[in-house]
Design a protein around this ligand. Structure first.
Ligand SMILES: *[C@@H]1O[C@H](CO)[C@@H](O)[C@H](O)[C@H]1NC(C)=O
Ligand SMILES: *[C@@H]1O[C@H](CO)[C@@H](O)[C@H](O)[C@H]1NC(C)=O
Ligand SMILES: *[C@@H]1O[C@H](CO)[C@@H](O)[C@H](O)[C@H]1NC(C)=O
Ligand SMILES: [Cu+2]
Length: 703
């Protein structure tokens, strides 16, 4: 009966799939259908992931070129399931045909940890006699075990336990009161949890014990702030209004705004995936990027004492940026006129789950786009900019209270620029400190008895450029001095400098570090097409200035596991299967050999990257030396990466954005007023008073 119903579901779906864009994430119906197909043959499993297996690029391109004659790529689900004894299965399910295409037992790997995996650890920890004993040593009586909390992390890698058994490390805390921030009360020991047997298999106890912190709670919730004297009272509302509605349209998951066209995907791992990004250049639709996503990240901590070397979370590969995504609230997370998209995932039991409002899309005013004033007669042009923001927020892990919150904003600008902004907020990971003990140099005492360790947040961006076609070449661009000393023939005054371009010609050689002193950037160029004016290849330039080096040393655990973080830029030849730069299954990898990028490059280091379909991997981020201002919750710190058109257009591509005001010398001479574009009837003088007609008051001029 049940099987029949499930088969009906799968076949019912066959009729439906034709409507989905091939890059659309799997719907709840599709997730259910994929699970049903798997369950037909395998019953004793739980599900770790069911996600879109993206169409192979070649197949997709063939279909796009001739949709009438070439069959549409099938909808395929990529399935990760776990069986008894930590057995991991990787499978593919064809949803159009309702069949399993591939089903493999994958040995020696652990798929990412889900919220459901995490939720059981705390209750086990509280009941474990060995944990209760350790609590006793640092001043927590057995009657207080309900006040003990833990944040389970993947174990990272611990050579004593290897990769065969699914393990988590429990970072331990205490809450005097249920509303207190537990990070003020870190415990000094670290239990290790076996997810398969659901028991504590080991506890790492430091040589020097640290007693439970006795400092008063340090909280950020409203009740605590009221007690500290309350909130500021001098803030007046700011209303964002778009009286005539928004300027973007959404069809399915394709977004159109100001010449941009982009498909917005989503998966459990990377979160947002932007694909098929094109720019309409005065009637010519020009491809810019085929696919862009945050593909991985690692947060290595810098305290050398065991077991802190294990603290280096791969938030995407070990937890899933999509799985940890927040449901966003109107007016809090995004302000203005908002369009939301939901996200669908599978749960452990194989049921589809929906996170409402996972992606937020909205426009913002973006200050001045361009301006010029002629000092002779004050004729001028000023045009205001607008930006379109596509965002999601993920919390690692999705806890109350939380730690490490990443707000990811993909921002489209009217001048052809794409910007990725990431804001970092949340709560520091903390460790205990004895009275009189120094946190230096590996950490900072951010509050009495609270040690916040130094760490880095390193993000890896996967960029598949499509700059006027898929055959692209990547160049490293450095600002360098001209040859020759002062007085020489070629540089007589010593003032010469230029942009030196170095082709990243083969995969083995395409590893590039950041250099601030040469303002290093990277161009993704189509060398088959030159700009008619500059005679330089049409390009998009990666401009990224927050690019710390990986601080864990060569040969260290993090260096081995997070190969992508060894260089700011790697370039590889396109391969459909190369999506995850630290490997498909990241938890408990030893890094021997390194998975993902280093392995792909080593497999064919002489692969030519010249004028072919390439992928650029960019690692950026920040090194975080905590300070008291980051505690008990850290104000958001932004980081930005820009993709700027260079030699791509023949002039400023935003000249046709309606100006706020524009006048010419002849209009000024004739005493005429200039032209006004979008009239702003809301702006007014802060403290009232009369607005001068045609003066500074109502944008009748530029100054
Ligand atoms: C601004 O928004 C508030 C509600 O948040 C509303 O009460 C008020 O009328 C709005 N003001 C204007 C000028 O629209
Ligand atoms: C990509 O976008 C262009 C328009 O910008 C459209 O013609 C084309 O069909 C899109 N391809 C896919 C796969 O969505
Ligand atoms: C950065 O560039 C400067 C100037 O060319 C050079 O002296 C320096 O060695 C470079 N640094 C690195 C890390 O490559
Ligand atoms: Cu940090």
């Amino acid at each position: 009966m049940v099987l029949e119903r499930l088969q009906q579901m799968a076949s019912h779906l066959t009729g439906q799939v034709a409507q989905h864009h091939p890059s659309d994430p799997l719907t709840t119906e599709e997730i259910a259908a994929a699970v049903a197909v798997v369950r037909r043959e395998y019953t004793d499993l739980f599900f770790n992931a069911v996600t879109l297996w993206e169409p192979r690029k070649a197949e997709m391109m063939k279909w796009l070129a001739s949709p009438a004659t070439v069959p549409r790529p099938h909808r395929v689900a990529d399935v990760v399931a776990i069986g008894r004894g930590s057995k991991v299965y990787d499978g593919l399910v064809d949803l159009d045909d309702g069949i399993i295409l591939r089903w493999e037992l994958t040995e020696g790997v652990q798929p990412l940890i889900t919220m459901e995996d995490l939720n059981t650890v705390e209750s086990v920890v509280r009941k474990d006699p060995k944990v209760i004993e350790q609590c006793g040593h640092i001043g927590i009586p057995p009657t207080d075990m309900h006040k003990v909390y833990c944040d389970p992390w993947t174990i990272g890698y611990d050579e004593r336990f290897g990769s065969g058994v699914r393990l988590q490390q429990a970072l331990m805390y205490y809450r005097p009161h249920v509303d207190d921030c537990q990070y003020t009360y870190p415990l000094d020991f670290c239990p290790i949890f076996n997810a398969d047997t659901q028991e504590i298999v080991h506890i790492d106890v430091p040589k020097v014990r640290r007693q439970l912190n006795t400092a008063a709670p340090n909280n950020y919730h409203a009740e605590a702030i009221e007690k500290q004297g309350g909130f500021r009272k001098d803030l007046k509302p700011i209303n964002i209004t778009q009286p005539e509605g928004v300027s973007f349209t959404v069809e399915g998951r394709t977004l159109k705004w100001q010449n941009w066209n982009v498909h917005v995907g989503f998966n459990y791992r990377e979160g947002m995936v932007l694909s098929n990004i094109t720019f309409d250049d005065k009637g010519t639709v020009r491809p810019v990027f085929w696919r862009m996503s945050l593909a991985e990240m690692v947060v290595p901590y810098g305290n050398p004492e065991r077991p802190h070397q294990r603290k280096h979370a791969f938030d995407l590969g070990e937890y899933g940026g999509g799985y940890m995504t927040n449901s966003l609230a109107l007016g809090c997370d995004c302000k203005g006129a908002i369009h939301y998209m939901d996200a669908a995932f599978v749960n452990r039991a194989g049921e589809p789950q929906v996170i409402k409002n996972a992606i937020c899309i909205h426009e913002e005013d973006a200050g001045i786009l361009f301006k010029h004033t002629d000092f002779r007669d004050e004729s001028c042009t000023v045009t205001r900019a607008r930006k379109l923001v596509v965002s999601h927020v993920f919390t690692a892990a999705n806890y109350e209270p939380v730690f490490s919150v990443y707000c990811v904003y993909w921002i489209f600008h009217q001048d052809g620029t794409i910007q990725l902004e990431i804001k970092l907020t949340g709560i520091l990971n903390t460790y205990s400190l004895n009275p009189g003990e120094s946190a230096a140099p590996w950490g900072t005492e951010v509050y009495p008895g609270v040690n916040a360790h130094n760490h880095q947040h390193l993000f890896c961006l996967r960029v598949d450029p499509n700059v006027d076609g898929s055959d692209n070449t990547v160049f490293e661009v450095d600002a360098v001095q001209g040859e020759g000393e002062v007085g020489s023939e070629e540089n007589p005054y010593g003032n010469a400098f230029y942009a030196r371009k170095t082709k990243l010609a083969t995969a083995g050689a395409a590893m590039s570090d950041y250099n601030g002193s040469t303002s290093r950037t990277w161009d993704m160029s189509n060398t088959n097409k030159l700009n008619p004016y500059s005679k330089k290849p049409v390009s998009y330039r990666l401009v990224s200035r927050e690019v710390p080096s990986l601080l864990p040393k060569e040969g260290s655990l993090v260096w081995k596991r997070a190969g992508f973080a060894r260089h700011a830029v790697h370039v590889t030849k396109y391969d459909d299967d190369q999506i995850h730069p630290a490997g498909r299954h990241v938890p408990q990898t030893s890094g021997e050999p390194s998975q993902g990028l280093p392995a792909w490059i080593a497999a064919d280091p002489s692969a030519s990257l010249d004028n072919t379909d390439v992928v650029l991997w960019h690692t950026f981020g920040l090194t975080h030396f905590p300070s008291p201002e980051d505690y008990p919750v850290m104000p958001a710190e932004p980081m930005t990466v820009l993709f700027r058109p260079r030699n791509f257009f023949t002039q400023n591509p935003a000249l046709d954005v309606p100006p706020s005001y524009s006048s010419t010398p002849s209009q000024m001479a004739a005493g005429k007023t200039g032209i006004r574009g979008i009239v702003d009837s809301i702006s007014r003088l802060a403290f009232g008073g009369k607005q001068e007609k045609g003066g500074s008051g109502d944008c009748g001029g530029c100054n």
